[in-house]
Each structure stands twice: as structure tokens, then as C-alpha cells.
Write a protein that binds this ligand. Structure first.
Ligand code: AP5
Length: 210
């Protein structure tokens, strides 16, 4: 049986960056609620239209909207997953538990607030394969083009400094209580996210024992 893992951490903490290599190493699907909501917004679905205002303002999308899409997605998985960006509130964690989704580990990538804004405002990512870059610290080989798949790199519209500060506030208020929630269940493992991408990956590999 493959592992069922939750990746947790502040916005810009490196969840998406680590997920690209982790999903291959663990041979499990990467399920990112941020990606799912952005895809819904791009497709112009009802959910996407409702989510847009929250995402653009740096606020969390209401639990009932997110719980529905995750439950539907997880119903298709029976052999491990890497959940990125969910759960993000105690109500979402309760919904996941109530759905009978047993979790093997919750990996918290811990990064101090002062690093977050510069990491996010410099980020560009590939909508095709999910690879993440930073214009200054981790640039692609060719400006604007993904090294891995040749796709055109984009900047997210919620990656403005004022919105990032809102996202960070939402993280502290609504998501950090999950540290206690999963700590009490003996599932939480914390890695130091203020290290190189390879070093963070190595820490995760060790705590997940693969
Ligand atoms: P989501 O897409 O989940 O965004 P997030 O959690 O804010 O996280 P990010 O994607 O910004 O950062 P990351 O941790 O993946 O960092 P990354 O690897 O890219 O959510 C977006 C919005 O959708 C939310 O605000 C909310 O509105 C909504 N939403 C989503 N899920 C929801 C839910 N469950 N409930 C309600 N609403 C929900 O790295 C960032 C930058 O840092 C990059 O430039 C990268 O190159 C660089 N970097 C990465 N690792 C390192 C390192 N080790 N050292 C130096 N730089 C690094």
C-alpha cells in the first residue's frame, strides 16, 4: 500500500516545488486544491467563478466548496496520494477524517514569514507540468520557458505582495491550528523549509522513510 501524505506549510513554503519530485519518488498522484481551483476558474465553471473572488483577495475558499471537490477526487484514489494545500482548516480536516481517509503522515514545511514575500513575488510556474521557478534564485535556463516540458511560464494573479500578506494572515489564523490537530494524532512531522530544495527533499524522504 502506498502512502497517503498531506503536505502543509505557509504560502510559498515550497509545497508545490517538493510535490513535483515527491510524487515521482512516492509514485502517487499529486492532488493540489490550489491547482484544482485555478483549473475550475480557467474553465469558467460555477465553482471557479465562486472561488475566483476569494483567491484574488488572498482568502480561503469556503470549506463546503473545497470539501466537495476533494471528496470527489479522493474517491478515485485507492493507492496513496500526496495532498497539497488541503486540509487548510479544522473543518476540512474533520471532513477528511469523517470520509474515512486514513492518513500516514502530515509533513509541515516550516518557513519563517520574512522569507515568504520575496519567494512568492519572484515565482513563475509551468501550468503544463507544475514545475516551479524563481526569477532570481531559481531561474529557468531560458527566460519564460519551462526546462522540463518547454511550456510557457506564468505568474499567478494572487502573487502580488498585498495579496501574499492576506494569504499569510489566513494561514496563521485558519491553517496553523492543524499543527495541534495532527500533532495530537501523532501524524505531524516538521521539516526545515529554510534550506535548499534538495535538502528539504532529503529531509522529507527521511521522515517518510522511502
Ligand atoms: P495554493 O495554490 O495552495 O497556494 P499556497 O498554499 O498559498 O501555496 P503556494 O502555491 O503559493 O506556495 P508553495 O508552498 O506551493 O510554494 P512553491 O513551491 O510554489 O492556494 C492558492 C489559493 O487557493 C489560496 O489562497 C485559497 O484562496 C485557495 N485554496 C487552495 N486550497 C484551499 C483550501 N484547501 N481551502 C480553501 N481555499 C483554498 O514555492 C514558492 C517560491 O519559492 C517559488 O518561486 C520557488 O521557486 C521558491 N522555493 C521553493 N522552495 C525553495 C527553497 N527550498 N529555497 C528557496 N526558494 C524556494
Amino acid at each position: 500500500m502506498k502512502k497517503r501524505v498531506i503536505l502543509m506549510g505557509p504560502p510559498g513554503g515550497g509545497k508545490g516545488t517538493q510535490a513535483v519530485t515527491l510524487k515521482e519518488a512516492m509514485k502517487v498522484p499529486h492532488i493540489s486544491t490550489g491547482d484544482m481551483l485555478r483549473a475550475a476558474r480557467k474553465a469558467g465553471t460555477e465553482l471557479g467563478k465562486k472561488a475566483d473572488a476569494y483567491i484574488s483577495a488572498g482568502q480561503l475558499v469556503p470549506d463546503e466548496l473545497v470539501n466537495g471537490i476533494v471528496a470527489e477526487r479522493l474517491a478515485q484514489e485507492n493507492d496513496g496520494f500526496l495532498l497539497d494545500g488541503y486540509p487548510r482548516t479544522v473543518a476540512q480536516a474533520d471532513a477528511l477524517e469523517a470520509a474515512g481517509q486514513a492518513i500516514d503522515a502530515v509533513v509541515l514545511i516550516d518557513v519563517p514569514d520574512e522569507l515568504i514575500v520575496s519567494r512568492i513575488v519572484g515565482r513563475v510556474s509551468c501550468p503544463g507540468c507544475g514545475c516551479v521557478y524563481h526569477k532570481e534564485t531559481m531561474p529557468p535556463k531560458t527566460d519564460g520557458i519551462c526546462d522540463k516540458c518547454g511550456g510557457t511560464l506564468v505568474q499567478r494573479n494572487d502573487d502580488r505582495e498585498d495579496v501574499v500578506r492576506e494569504r499569510l494572515a489566513a494561514y496563521h489564523k485558519q491553517t496553523q491550528p492543524l499543527v495541534d490537530y495532527y500533532g495530537k494524532r501523532g501524524l505531524l512531522v516538521t521539516v526545515n523549509g529554510n534550506a535548499s530544495v534538495d535538502e528539504v527533499f532529503d529531509q522529507i524522504r527521511k521522515v517518510l522513510e522511502f
